[in-house]
Design a protein around this ligand. Structure first.
Ligand code: FE2
Ligand code: FE2
Length: 184
């Protein structure tokens, strides 16, 4: 079983790549004056919602932040900020969905708005993950007990994020295709 730290870092890389792809694909389409592949962008947003918003963030809060707050109170402010950022992520995701739906309907302002939100989200998330990896994970390595590790390792092993465990481009594409796009 991979350790929680390995899973968290792999999920960070996967999310980072998806957010970067959302920005690059949409910007390219906008610059070319055309339309992006809307179902594909919806699939990428679906990944963000399903794996980051519903699994990764809640498990960090439950098995990482909560334990660290108890054992390392001086990290309290930093953890409070990370929790606020998780909540803000949900807002980014909603704004992206709305802008994408409006873009598909032909709203001329929606394309530039989508590119802007995707870029913001990618940068915001990259900084968030970097803080977790530089500050929070090393702190956990210093103070977690064997029992803490057993719990968090089990929790993250159950995520089975298909993208985080993919190694080749083909595997990544196949993993994403399994996520059915929702109707706009
Ligand atoms: Fe996080
Ligand atoms: Fe994270």
């Amino acid at each position: 079983m991979p350790t929680a730290i390995e899973v968290i870092k792999a999920e960070h890389r996967a999310l980072n790549s998806v957010l970067f792809a959302l920005h690059v694909i949409s910007r390219k389409a906008l610059r070319a004056g055309g339309k992006p592949d809307f179902p594909w962008l919806r699939t990428l947003i679906e990944y963000v919602d399903r794996f980051s918003e519903r699994l990764h963030h809640p498990k960090e809060e439950l098995y990482l932040f909560r334990v660290l707050e108890r054992r390392t109170p001086e990290l309290g402010r930093s953890i409070a900020r990370l929790r606020r950022e998780h909540a803000a992520d949900a807002g980014h995701s909603i704004r992206m969905r709305e802008a994408l739906a409006n873009w598909e309907r032909g709203d001329p302002k929606a394309g530039p708005l989508f590119v802007h939100v995707a870029s913001d989200f990618a940068r915001f998330n990259w900084r968030h993950m970097r803080r977790e990896e530089r500050e929070i994970l090393p702190a956990a390595e210093a103070v977690f007990t064997d029992a803490d590790w057993r719990q968090i390792d089990q929790a993250f092993a159950a995520n089975r994020d298909p993208l985080a465990s993919s190694e080749t481009r083909q595997e990544c594409e196949a993993a994403l295709r399994l996520l059915q796009p929702r109707q706009a």
